[in-house]
Design a protein around this ligand. Structure first.
Ligand code: HDE
Length: 700
């Protein structure tokens, strides 16, 4: 049967970058509109396999079918062992302030350059197909395609990590991943093995306390901070070293969800964060982050009341202030999720001249792990030639061959020193005095090789105490409640008690609240401590709720309408909300809706499939009849009950206030107003209604 062919997908016209002096060759295919096999053979029928007769068996001869199925069979590559689920985007980095006093890296000295970047945000524990909104740490990895090679800053959205030595990473990850005998839970830390490990490893407590805070349940990837965590070195032209910690700060400010909302989002939209990032970039609302550094000398570091080489410690902004030196804008979605998001290979060892590693033992272990895992995940050493991984500056060396070699290096010389490349045709490159150099550090006298943990790493409780005590009362309640939730999913009594015994060293009131929430009758003894706990100065910079920006920029407001709704009232809310920088989505009982006096139009979502968790604030304009009818509709009652429960502003029409809100059990407060009070709605919609929370749920 002759079937009209679909246009073949656009061939790649991207130039393959080869070594300097090497051949630059293009994909051989041209966009002729003809579908072909991978060998370029035109396909005449993409609907039917080759059969012995019309109802007979399929023939082995059918190379077109075999090629198609074979390729499909091999489409999947291994998931990342951690951070498997991620969403990514292209963009650029601009330096606004030169660090030339501290570093020779052009990335941090050339204020005229615009450096292309590729950023990937991820959850840690779940598989590639898991949900976007579990309580988890978020990866924040940025590849800078600099003039001096690729530099990867592979960070997280929390400023500290859970372990101090790379030796413990496989244990930590095995504990948080689904339990190996039963294969659950997916993408969740609320289970016995995780808390078993945590309660036996006090070094985890700082990061775990951050993960229990609202930072663990962000509203949007566009609204998270990023941290390089480890101390790095900046090296200047004189070879002098200054330590640096790197920070990303979102222009939209920090924003989190509330726990019940995060849980419901998992059902409402598995891809909530991925979609949010994609849609924002797609409509030109480009996410942006400030890039800031904390700079300090070795001598200053000696005076810190903690060891900055310990990745479980942050350096309070109050101690070493942040200097903003640049900004990153993400302005282009990937063309292909697999080719870019899946195949991108970040590696902390991708380091450029002028920056160097510190001796942080966690960082040191990472320098081995990433390339190693990528060899098995991406199938061999030549993954560096995949477009998303290839440098955008010239590159040349004597590396040759191996699986999937995409370049065709010319000449007979693939070594150096060499004298036989007399015509200069071999793309090998030469060493340069501007190349990468490691900082030359003097080893401490009298110390030798050993499997040791520095004594300065022994204090596990002072910083989680500082973090917890710095939080606002509501944030402290959220942290305590998160501990209660997680530990209530732990079956083993010993593990629960041991965790509470650890919490006693952080803050007695936290331990007591968690113990009460778990129904413990008495507090267990405090866990033994290897070092005295210090009462460090508080760090308000670690809070989230007090620092949230009151803004609608980057947010989304849902308006519930139905046939006959007052179009003018809808327009008024829409205009005000859009003027304030937010997106508006119309939700209706049916996907097609006709506002009063208007033509039928497509709603953005159908009520039953578009719950209010998807919005930052909600409004509704219904006819009185529809309001009375929808008061019997579970999806509608939940729409308002959840919006109220998740502390959102609600602008409701008269019919809704009369019929629906009472059924939803909503007693209007300052965050619930009439649809005509547009200014009041805008004001309340810019923040959550935090005052409402204690009236709604018992917090620990
Ligand atoms: Fe990673 N980590 N990690 N990690 N990590 C990986 O590399 C590892 C650590 C982080 O979007 C893996 O290509 C070890 C700290 C991010 O592709 C793997 C240790 C921080 C991503 C790996 C750490 C991170 C990864 C898995 C302890 C924040 C996702 C896939 C020594 C500063 C990157 C891969 C992406 C990915 C190992 C600790 C962040 C297995 C051994 C600390 C954002 O190599």
């Amino acid at each position: 049967m002759a079937v009209k062919k679909k246009k073949a997908s656009a061939p790649s016209k991207r130039k393959m970058q080869s070594g300097s002096g090497g051949e630059t060759h293009q994909s051989a295919t041209a966009d002729t509109g003809v579908m072909t096999t991978a060998q370029g053979i035109p396909v005449s029928d993409n609907q039917n396999s080759l059969r012995a007769h019309s109802r007979g068996p399929t023939l082995l001869e059918d190379f077109i079918l075999r090629e198609k199925i074979t390729h499909f069979d091999h489409e999947r590559i291994p998931d990342r062992v951690v951070h498997a689920r991620g969403s990514a985007a292209h963009g650029y980095f601009e330096l606004t302030r030169s660090l030339s006093k501290y570093t020779t890296a052009k990335l941090f000295t050339d204020t005229k350059a615009r450096t292309p970047v590729f950023a990937r945000f991820s959850t840690v524990a779940g598989g590639a197909g898991s949900v976007d909104t579990p309580r988890d740490v978020r990866g924040f990895a940025v590849k800078f395609y600099t003039q001096e090679g690729n530099y990867d800053l592979v960070g997280n959205n929390l400023p500290v990590f859970a372990i101090q030595d790379a030796m413990k990473f496989p244990d930590f990850i095995h504990a948080v991943k689904m339990e190996p005998d039963r294969g659950f839970p997916q993408a969740a830390s609320a289970h016995d093995t995780f808390w078993d490990f945590v309660s036996l490893s006090p070094e985890t407590l700082h990061m775990v306390t951050w993960a229990m805070s609202d930072r663990g349940i962000p509203r949007s990837l566009r609204m998270i901070e990023g941290f390089g965590i480890h101390s790095f070195r900046l090296i200047n032209a004189k070879g002098e070293s200054t330590f640096a910690r790197f920070h990303w700060r979102p222009k939209l400010g920090l924003q989190s969800t509330v726990w019940d909302e995060a849980v419901k989002l998992q059902a409402a939209d598995n891809d909530f964060h991925r979609r949010d990032l994609f849609e924002a970039i797609d409509k030109g609302d480009f996410p942006e982050w400030e890039f800031a550094v904390q700079l300090f000398t070795e001598a200053e570091a000696e005076a810190f009341p903690f060891d900055h080489l310990d990745a479980t410690k942050l350096i309070p902004e109050e101690l070493v202030p942040l200097t903003v030196i640049g900004r990153m804008v993400l302005d282009r979605n990937p063309d292909n999720h697999f080719a870019e998001n899946d195949q991108v290979a970040f590696c902390p060892a991708n380091m450029i001249p002028g920056i160097d590693f510190s001796n942080d033992p966690l960082l040191q272990g990472r320098l081995f792990s990433y390339l190693d895992t990528q060899l098995s995940r991406l199938g061999g050493t030549n993954f560096t030639q995949i477009p998303i991984n290839a440098p955008k500056c010239p590159f040349a060396n004597h590396q040759r061959d191996a699986h999937m070699q995409m370049q065709v290096p010319k000449g007979r010389v693939a070594y150096e020193p060499a004298s036989l490349d007399r015509d200069g045709s071999t793309p090998n490159g030469r060493e340069t005095s501007n190349g990468f150099r490691s900082f030359s550090e003097t080893a401490p006298k009298g110390e030798g090789k050993g499997r040791v943990r520095a004594e300065t790493f022994a204090d596990h409780y002072s910083q989680p105490r500082m973090f917890f005590r710095s939080q606002s009362p509501l944030e402290q309640a959220h942290i305590a409640s998160a501990f209660v939730f997680e530990l209530s999913k732990v079956d083993d009594d010993v593990v629960r008690e041991r965790t509470v015994s650890q919490l006693r060293n952080i803050d007695e009131s936290l331990a007591q609240r968690v113990a009460d929430g778990l129904g413990m009758t008495a507090l267990p003894d405090a866990a033994p401590k290897a070092a005295p706990v210090q009462d460090l100065p508080l760090s308000p910079a670690t809070t989230l709720i007090p620092r949230m920006k009151p803004t609608l920029a980057g947010r989304c407001v849902g308006i519930l309408v139905s046939d006959g709704s007052d179009a003018k009232a809808v327009d008024a809310v829409r205009k005000a909300v859009e003027d304030a920088g937010a997106t508006v989505k119309l939700v209706a009982p049916k996907r097609l809706v006709t506002l009063k006096g208007r033509k039928p139009q497509k709603a953005d979502g159908q009520l039953a499939g578009t719950p209010s968790v998807l919005f930052d604030a909600v409004a509704c304009v219904l006819t009185p009849e529809d309001a009375a009818r929808l008061a019997n509709e579970a999806a509608c009652i939940d729409w308002f009950r959840d919006a109220f429960g998740h502390l959102k502003a609600i602008a409701a029409c008269g019919g809704t206030r009369k019929h629906i809100l009472p059924v939803a059990g909503i007693e209007p407060d300052a965050g619930v107003m009439d649809i005509a009070e547009v200014d009041a709605f805008l004001k309340q919609a810019k923040t959550r209604q935090w005052d409402r929370e204690p009236t709604l749920r018992t917090l620990a």
